[in-house]
Write a protein that binds this ligand. Structure first.
Ligand code: HEC
Length: 131
């Protein structure tokens, strides 16, 4: 019995590490960088968004912790308005990765395929939402 337990435990530990790496491929290697996220935001989101005014897309200050589709005065798609979720690190990451997969029928035609870019953008949005 005791003799067999060792390899099984080792295999279990290895699987746990592998699962953690699969879920957080970037998080394991680096910390999110809000400064870099701000530069990415200017470059990639600035055509449609700003922190303090609605443009093609809604304003972003306060988005972290806000209900999706709820910034006053912006005309959201019915899909996003009715999504019924609150923006946090996980939902923002999923949105930026593939908005249409998260909220079918939404209107943002843009995505961010690289996980470390998303981490930095989300860190920036979080920082910009904290008074
Ligand atoms: C081509 C224009 C465009 C670009 C580029 C764009 N967005 Fe958007 N975004 C939109 C539109 C339009 C909506 C509203 C979607 C809806 O109503 O379904 C939106 C909505 C959002 C929302 C939901 C906000 C809320 O109040 O619920 C977030 C978060 C968001 N965008 C983040 C980003 C980030 C971060 C980037 C840059 C990586 C980005 N977007 C780039 C057009 C854009």
């Amino acid at each position: 019995m005791a003799r067999a337990a060792g390899p099984v435990l080792r295999a279990t530990a290895l699987l746990t590490v592998m699962a953690a790496l699969a879920v957080h491929p970037a998080g394991a290697a680096r910390a999110a960088d809000a400064e870099r996220g701000g530069a990415l935001y200017e470059a990639r989101c600035g055509a449609c968004h700003s922190l303090d005014a609605h443009r093609v897309g809604p304003m972003h200050r306060g988005v972290f912790g806000r209900r999706a589709g709820s910034a006053p005065g912006y005309d959201y798609s019915p899909a996003l308005k009715g999504a019924g979720m609150v923006w946090d690190a996980a939902s923002l990451d999923a949105w930026l990765k593939n908005p249409e997969a998260l909220v079918p029928g939404q209107r943002m035609g843009y995505s961010v395929p690289v996980a470390s870019d998303r981490d930095d953008l989300v860190a920036f949005l979080r920082r910009s939402s904290t008074p």
